[in-house]
Design a protein around this ligand. Structure first.
Ligand code: PEP
Length: 266
């Protein structure tokens, strides 16, 4: 059975002290559950200290980015090879990196391949912009992003990865545009269908598809109830020590029903 995946993307927020404080607060509120995997994605700077502080039964770590070359003269970059003992996951192709740092489809493909080569699970983010959506291009955009990013992987490698559908128009729009769960299900289904066509039934059944876009504690269960949704990738809400545990709690309820968490906090 696939474990539900909840990944908190802290983006470029929290210094070492603040990050440590948030981990302590999350640790108090989040319990171990065998069917839910909780992943924190702090900044690169705080990954190392956080790795020494987390309760590994409760939390795993993700980097928000890495460079595809293993080593060499690439000033300012950190490689997947350097990260492999520190993290289980790396977020790749987040729309903020595609837009602000002009990451191309090919660069993202190379990063996905480098992650897999180094034994780190890629969380590949895909999604259309508002204009692309209005022009009816969602399927084509998501198709191109998925096909190119996975093109150097085998079917067996695809089985282990995570794809996050994050419509750009739905990211950080609290109080603004809301992504309706039923509309999100259509795109998640489309992605799973694409994986079936390209890599077969086994890869499509195993790959984890998660949703991200302004998810909060009170909206999480609507997305988690979707047939093709295997988890969530909250950004802003993951910085809030009430909201993030609420999202994790929604995942607990979704997987088994409330009340059977393996208590670890007494
Ligand atoms: C994200 O950063 O991937 C994200 C979905 O952010 P937010 O939850 O703030 O929309």
């Amino acid at each position: 059975m696939k474990r539900t995946l909840i990944v908190g993307n802290w983006k470029m927020n929290l210094n070492t002290h603040e990050a440590s404080l948030l981990v302590k607060r999350l640790n108090d509120k989040i319990q171990v559950h065998r069917d839910v995997e909780v992943v924190l994605a702090p900044s690169l700077l705080t990954l190392q200290p956080i790795s020494l502080e987390i309760d590994r039964r409760k939390f795993r770590l993700a980097a928000q980015n890495a460079y595809y070359k293993d080593e060499g003269a690439y000033t300012g970059e950190v490689s997947f090879t350097m990260l492999r003992d520190l993290v289980n996951y790396v977020i790749i192709g987040h729309s903020e990196r595609r837009i602000y740092f002009e990451e191309s489809l090919e660069l993202i493909r190379d990063k996905v391949q480098a992650a897999v080569r180094n034994g780190i699970t890629p969380i590949l983010c895909v999604g259309e912009t508002q204009n692309q959506r209005a022009a009816g291009e969602t399927s084509r955009v998501v198709h191109d992003q998925v096909v190119t990013a996975l093109s150097n992987l085998t079917a067996e490698e695809v089985e282990g990865i995570v794809i996050a559908y994050e419509p750009v128009w739905a990211i950080s729009t609290f109080g603004g545009q809301v992504a309706k769960p039923d509309d999100m299900e259509k795109v998640l289904k489309l992605i799973r269908h694409q994986i079936t066509e390209l890599y077969g039934d086994k890869a499509a059944a195993s790959v984890r598809l998660i949703y991200g876009g302004s998810v909060k504690g009170d909206t999480a269960s609507g997305y988690l109830a979707l047939e093709d949704c295997d988890g969530l990738l909250p950004g802003s809400a993951s910085l809030n020590y009430h909201q993030f545990p609420d999202i994790v709690a929604a995942a607990y309820r979704q997987t088994r029903g409330a009340g059977d968490e393996e208590k670890s906090n007494g």
